[in-house]
Ligand binder design. Sequence first.
Ligand code: FDA
Ligand code: NAD
Length: 431
Amino acid sequence: MGRAFVYVILGGGVAAGYAALEFARRGGYSRGELCIISEEAVAPYERPALSKGYLLPEGPARLPGFHTCVGANDELLTTKWYKENGIELVLGTKVMAADIRRKTLLTATGETISYKNLIIATGARALKLEEFGISGSDASNICYLRNLDDADKLVKVMRSCSGGNAVVIGGGYIGMECAAALVTNKIKATMVFPENHCMAHLFTPKIAEYYENYYISKGVTFIKGTVLTSFEKDSTGKVTSVILKDGKHLPADMVVVGIGIRANTSLFEDQLLMDQGGIKVNGQMLTSDGSVYAVGDVAAFPIKLFDGVIRRLEHVDSARRTARHAVAAILEPSKPRDIDYLPFFYSRVFTLSWQFYGNNIGEVVHFGDFTTSNSPRFGAYWVDKSLIRGAFLEGGSREEYEAISNVVRRKVKVANIAELEKQGLMFAIQE
Ligand code: FDA
Ligand code: NAD
C-alpha cells in the first residue's frame, strides 16, 4: 500500500509551513504532487508562540491564530489554505524509516510514501533529564516544551499551581521565557542552571546581569553554578521537591525543564552526511543525496558571512529562510544560488525585547544604559580583527535593529574601540 508524490516535506513545523508558502507562491506543482507529513495532529504553526502568547493568563494565543505564516504580509496557513492550494497534509503520522536509495518513507501506519524530491524538516526534540542520568522526568508535574501537547500540559499544570512554587531547570531560552511566563501566572519561579549566568551561550556577564536583576525584581530566584541530582515525589508520583548537588531541597509544585535539544536526524544518520549534530547541506540546502534537501533546525549549512563555516541554527528566522531557499533551489535548478544568511536571534519576555545579529566572537563593546528598568535601551558589539561581527540590542526600534544588522552584515571596520564605545548605537545608525 502506498502513495507517490513529486515533492514530500517531512516534518510539519515552522520550516514546513514556509516551504509550503514558497511552493504556493511559485507554483510549479500540481494538485496531489506535494505533501507534508507530520507527526503532529495540526497544520504547521509558529512554534515560538508556545513559550510566549500561548502561556499568557489572559487572552492566550490559540490555534488557528498562530499557524504559519502569520506575521508581516504573509498569509495564515490554515488547513483550508493547504486544501485550496492543493497541498496534502498527512497529519498525525510519524515516519519510522526512510530509504534514500529507493526514495521511500515508511509511516507508523505501514504506508509507504514515495517522492522524487524530499525536504527534511524534522526539527529537533527536547533533551530529557534521563540523558543526564536523572530519572523520573515523566512525572505529571514535570513539563518540557517543544510542541502543542507539551504546551497544553504546561498550561494545565500552571493552572493547578497558582500561588505555588516552580523550579525551572536550565538557563537558556526555554528557562528564561518560561520563568517569565510562570511569574506572570502568579507562580514563584526558581531557576537552576550550571553556568555562572543565564543565556551563557550568547549573553555577556554584563548583559546577563541586567536580565537577572530584572527577573529578580519580578520575583524570580536564581541558583547558579549547580545542577539537580534527583526529585522527591509523593505517593502519587508527583514531584514535591527538587534535590540539588549540594543536597539542598527546593520545594516544587511543578518543574519546567529546558536543557537543550537534539536535531531529529536518526532516520538518515547512516544514509546522509552529518555535521554539527545535523544533516550537512550545501548553500542550496541540498544534502549529500541529489534528491534530498534539509532545512530548519535539522540542517547544518554554510554561513557565507562566517567564511563558509558550517552551522546548525536553532532559530525560527533560519527555519523560515532555509525552507524558502530550498524550495527556490528545487524549482529553479537552472539558477543555483547559495544562501547568504545573517544569523538572527531574538526573545521577548515581560515588556523586554532584544535582537541579536551575527556571531558573538571577539572583543565585546557594551553601550547604552544598563541601569534602568523602564524602557531600557542598551546593547553590545562583538569586534573581531577590527571588524564588527555581532551586535545585540535591547529595546530598539525597527530602524535601530535594522542599523545594527547592517553593520554586522557589512562587517564594518572599527578604527577605534574607545570611539565605538562612546558612540554606542549611533555608530550603527550613522553607518
Ligand atoms: P520544528 O520543530 O518546528 O518542526 C519539526 C516537525 O517535524 C514537527 O512537526 C515534528 O513533529 C515533525 N517530525 C519530526 N520527526 C518526524 C517524523 N519522523 N515523522 C513525522 N514528523 C516528524 N526561535 C526564535 O528564533 N525565536 C523564538 O522566540 C523562539 N521561540 C521558541 C519557543 C519554543 C517553545 C520552542 C520549542 C522553540 C522556539 N524557537 C524560537 C525555535 C524555533 O521554533 C525553531 O527553530 C523552529 O521551530 C525550527 O523549525 P523546524 O521546522 O526546523 O522544526
Ligand atoms: P538552550 O540551548 O537555549 O539552553 C540549554 C540550557 O540548559 C543551558 O543554558 C544550561 O543552562 C542548561 N543545562 C545544560 N545542561 C544542564 C544540566 N545538566 N542541568 C541543568 N541545566 C542544564 O536550550 P533550551 O532553553 O532548552 O531551548 C530549546 C530550544 O528552543 C533551542 O533550540 C532554542 O533555540 C529554542 N528556543 C528559542 C527561543 C528564542 O530564540 N527566543 C525561545 C525558546 C526556545
